[in-house]
Design a binder for this molecule. Structure first.
Ligand code: SAT
Ligand code: MN
Length: 584
């Protein structure tokens, strides 16, 4: 017994990285206790208050290793054209040459963990196996929460099953020699010199999005940066939706939305299937079905509270890992936006004493919790259904202080693809870069598409031709529109259920809508928002389409689309031209 290809690869990596020991992970409780114990004894894990946070730990990453590094992330396809203009490209052979000396002997004195994991529900035709070789027990502890690690993967793998390979070495954490490299043709990711989330948990953005997007193109499905939720109406009818937002724009909060009392009492319910990634495939009935490839949440901690997202707070109250948040004297955690006044004394995310007078934040803005999905009170009983859930609506959204109305519906799949392709959002702390700067982020996949963006759009259009009328309806939302004083118009959080309800009604072919140049928008009345105390002017402003702003937007989109040259699908240029003429 054993998997010859896997064993041969492990041998090869051992010869290169020279670990002192090798440990094959099976995901058991005993193994987890042992690895957590090791992390505690080396000071990498601080055990939290055993009553308030049983089996939970605080970890601190290097101060220069706190977010994804897009400028150090590479797609190493044979042909540069396949990576496209939105990815950093390196020739595979050249990248292997660069990596070899960084990996040589990198695991000396350490244990190399062999971590098999399954993405997707066990038994699902959509599930895929990955194996990460890592010298970071922190990564192993996180993968155990984020994926079905160990036995379920080995069972799916058997002796000959296919798997994606991930090699991760912490090395010296040198930011200048940090490489998050993807080799789509080898189904391989190599990551060196980072131990942070999306750079090191190779199951997540590296495999479930970048490599998977390439597999999806080749195999006829979609790997998307989308949450998955189920909205149940008072009659018990369920509408499954996915939504794509850039990192740190509220996907986790929307996925775990709690309806305000009036809606809850009336029988509305939102349940979570996933908060970050969706894999979508056609079912036998011709509809698009989604599974969540992950088994945990790697959520942004700051701003998460019992007021804004109690479901996330419950989910991470036990068996969880916190990274780069603050520690209270009683062994509980804290971060900006936790709720209540800041505690008098804390240890900040860098391990230094902190008081409310300190000039820096106590938690890093991209501080995270890693929590098992099954612990989330609103997790859908269908979240690990092997066949997935049939999607009726796909929602795109970003952070836009202006231009974008609260919500609109595209005319059809092709127009919806155009709406996704031209998405724009203000930068957040989830990746290195200037926070607040506006950038195009097509389908929220800019940092995650493993091949040429224009080919990816082509693939979306192709999926639409296959799915025809059974494709989901496509919407765009913006919770972040601001008034002249810089205040958000929309209260967001639970109140956004009004928008989800309108979307569900539109999917059923009901729900009043007004035709605008950009798509269908709800009437103010159909949002049922009278009780929100929004002034009529604010409600109008939320849905306003300012023709001058939009004409400027369309001109900028034309430049953007044309920057993809010959590859840009003519359908998208035609949609932009049609929008321009509707605005004329
Ligand atoms: O760092 S992660 O990629 O895991 C999280 C995110 O940026 O969305
Ligand atoms: Mn994400």
């Amino acid at each position: 017994m054993g998997h010859a290809t896997l064993e041969a690869w492990v041998d090869e990596v051992v010869r290169l990285t020279l670990p002192d020991a090798i440990e094959w992970c099976n995901g058991s409780d005993e193994e987890s206790a042992r690895i957590n114990g090791r992390l505690v004894s080396t000071g990498s894990f601080i055990p939290l208050n055993a009553e308030k946070h049983p089996n939970s730990y605080l970890a601190r990453s290097g101060p220069n290793d706190v977010a994804r590094v897009e400028d150090r992330t590479f797609i190493c396809s044979r042909d540069a054209e396949d990576a496209g203009p939105t990815n950093n490209w390196r020739a595979p052979a050249a990248m292997h040459e660069t990596l070899r000396p960084l990996l040589a002997g990198a695991m000396r004195g350490k244990t190399m963990y062999v971590v098999p994991y399954l993405l997707g529900p066990p038994g699902s035709p959509m599930a895929k196996v990955g194996v990460e070789l890592t010298d970071s027990p922190y990564v192993v502890a996180n993968l155990r929460i984020m994926t079905r690690m160990g036995e379920p993967a080995l069972a799916a793998l058997g002796e000959t099953g296919a798997f994606s390979r991930g090699l991760h070495a912490v090395a010296s954490l040198d930011p200048q020699n940090r490489y998050i490299s993807h080799f789509p043709e080898e189904n391989l990711v190599v990551s060196v010199n980072s131990n942070y989330g999306g750079n090191a948990l190779l199951s997540k953005k590296c495999f479930a999005l970048r490599l998977a997007s390439v597999l999806a193109r080749d195999e006829g499905w979609l790997a998307e940066h989308m949450l998955i939720l189920c909205l149940t109406d008072p009659q018990g009818r369920k509408t499954y939706m996915t939504a794509a937002f850039p990192s740190a724009c509220g996907k986790t909060n929307l996925a775990m939305l709690i309806p305000p009392p009036r809606y809850r009492d009336a029988g509305w319910k939102v349940e979570t299937i996933g908060d970050d990634i969706a894999w979508l495939k056609f079912g036998a009935d011709g509809r698009l079905y989604a599974v969540n490839p992950e088994a945990g949440f790697f959520g942004v901690a700051p701003g998460t509270s019992y007021r804004t997202n109690p479901n996330a707070m419950f989910a991470c109250s036990t068996n969880s890992i916190f990274t780069n948040v603050a520690l209270r004297p009683d062994g509980t955690v804290w971060w900006e936006g936790y709720g209540g006044a800041p505690p008098d004394q804390l240890i900040d995310w860098r391990g230094r004493p902190w008081t409310p007078d300190s000039k820096t934040t106590a938690a890093h803005p991209n501080g995270r919790f890693t929590a098992p999905a099954r612990q989330c009170p609103c997790i859908s009983p269908e979240w690990d259904r092997p066949e997935g859930v049939p999607i009726s609506a796909m929602i795109f959204g970003g952070r836009r202080a202006s231009v974008m109305p609260l919500v609109y519906q595209s005319w059809n799949w092709q127009h919806g693809t155009y709406v996704g392709a031209t998405m724009t959002s203000e930068r957040t702390a989830a990746a290195a870069g200037t926070v607040g700067e506006l950038r195009r982020d097509p389908m929220a996949m800019l940092p995650f598409c493993g091949y040429h963006m224009a080919d990816y759009w082509r693939h979306w259009l192709e999926m639409g031709r296959r799915g025809g009328d059974l494709m989901p309806r496509v919407f765009h939302v913006n919770w972040f529109r601001k008034d002249a004083a810089g205040k958000f118009f929309w209260p967001g959080f639970g109140e956004s259920i009004r928008v989800l309800i309108w979307i569900a009604e539109r999917c059923r072919g009901s729900g009043p809508a007004v035709e605008s140049p950009i798509g269908w928008i709800p009437t103010v009345a159909s949002l049922d928002a009278a009780d929100l105390g929004l002034a009529q002017a604010a409600a109008d402003a939320l849905l306003r389409i300012d023709r001058d702003e939009w004409r400027a937007e369309v001109a900028a989109r034309e430049t953007y689309l044309k920057s993809f040259g010959d590859k840009v699908p003519p359908e998208l240029l035609a949609e932009n031209a049609a929008l321009a003429s509707r605005l004329a």
